[in-house]
Every structure is written in structure tokens, then in C-alpha cells.
Design a protein. Structure first.
Length: 207
């Protein structure tokens, strides 16, 4: 409950959010926060973990009916994944911009990601993001969820569902990383699905 209330505030204020703001949003006393968390930094770390986690988006993907047409299933998946990735980017971006470094003590010197790896090092992090190993695991879990969505149409594809799912995620991630102000706006979800399923040519084989 505390983390759910804190997430939109963290997205808006970054590390400048106060525990009193979080308590008001959660409808609890401020002291209750410190019975659940050691300090505000621990609340912020919990917010990052929640934003990075895939449980919510996996539930949304699993709720998509396999009885829907393939294009409809993929469009719903694209919207669910867009919302998940945008929330993740907003929360981590706000914390990074306001100077919060996950798990870093004040004056602790360079982050682990600023030095060469040493024997015995754990997974590497970039700024406030998840460990790189966790990122790879998250992508794998999301790809597998997309595979389940398209598996009923396996016979319609020239490629395996695993490769189609990887292409879908690649197109989606590229779309989200394209600035909206560019002359060529990012693909809409419908355009993304159309390119994935039918290519970019007017007529296949017309080159």
C-alpha cells in the first residue's frame, strides 16, 4: 500500500518526495511508514523494485483472451508493455534526475558501474536501474509471455513464435525510445503490429 501510494509521487518529485506526502497519499500516519521501512531511501528502493518488477504486466498479458484475433491480442500486449515501460522509465528517470543512487551511501565515491569489474563482483548496475542480469531475465519472461499469446497461430508464421515475439519486443522497445518530436513520429501500436505481421511493402515480393 505504501509503495503503491509512493510510486506516482516518486514519478513526479523524484527523491525530493517526502514521507509526509507519501503518508497522506496512503491515508496513514507518517510513523507507519517507518514501521515498515528503515528510512525514505528504503521506500525509494522499494519503488524502484516495484517499477522494475514484471508481475503486474505479466498478469495483464495473461488476461488477454486467446479467442481474440492475433492482431488484437498483440495490440493489447503492446499497450500493456508500453504502460509498464513508461512507468519504469518515469520512476527511474525522476530518481536519477534528482540525484538518488540506489543503495549508495552519501560520499561513498564512484558507483560500481564507474569502475572495471573485479573478481567476485555481483551483477552490474547502471545508475538506478536493475542489475543487467535482471534486465535480461525480465526480457526473457516478457518474451515468453508474448510467445504464449501467439502460440495458437504458430502455423501462420514463417518463423518460430519465439523469434516473432523477439521481433515484436524489438519493434516495441525501439518505438518507445524514439522521441515523439522527431519528423517521423514513432509507429502507432496498430502500425507496429501491421509491420510485424505484414511487413512494410505494399505487396510482398514487389522489390
Amino acid at each position: 500500500m505504501i509503495v503503491a501510494a509512493a510510486l506516482p509521487l516518486v514519478a513526479e518529485y523524484g527523491a525530493a518526495v517526502t514521507t509526509s506526502q507519501i503518508a497522506r497519499a496512503a491515508g496513514i500516519g507518517e510513523a507507519t511508514i517507518f514501521r515498515a521501512f528503515k528510512d525514505k531511501d528504503e521506500v525509494l528502493d522499494a519503488c524502484v523494485a516495484e517499477a522494475v518488477g514484471t508481475d503486474h504486466v505479466l498478469r495483464e498479458l495473461a488476461s488477454i483472451s486467446l479467442d481474440e484475433p492475433l492482431a488484437g491480442r498483440l495490440t493489447e500486449a503492446a499497450e500493456a508493455l508500453r504502460a509498464h515501460l513508461e512507468r519504469l522509465g518515469t520512476v527511474i528517470g525522476a530518481l536519477h534526475a534528482s540525484g538518488h543512487r540506489r543503495g549508495r551511501e552519501p560520499g561513498a565515491g564512484p558507483r560500481d558501474s564507474d569502475r572495471p569489474p573485479r573478481d567476485g563482483d555481483g551483477p552490474r548496475r547502471d545508475g538506478d536501474g536493475p542489475p543487467r542480469d535482471s534486465r535480461a531475465e525480465s526480457v526473457t519472461v516478457l518474451r515468453n509471455a508474448v510467445v504464449e499469446l501467439i502460440e495458437p497461430d504458430r502455423a501462420a508464421f514463417r518463423l518460430s513464435p519465439e523469434k516473432v515475439a523477439a521481433a515484436f519486443l524489438g519493434l516495441l522497445f525501439t518505438r518507445l525510445q524514439t522521441p515523439a518530436a522527431e519528423a517521423d513520429a514513432p509507429l502507432t501500436p496498430d502500425e507496429l503490429i501491421d509491420v510485424l505481421l505484414h511487413g512494410a511493402l505494399h505487396h510482398p515480393g514487389s522489390t
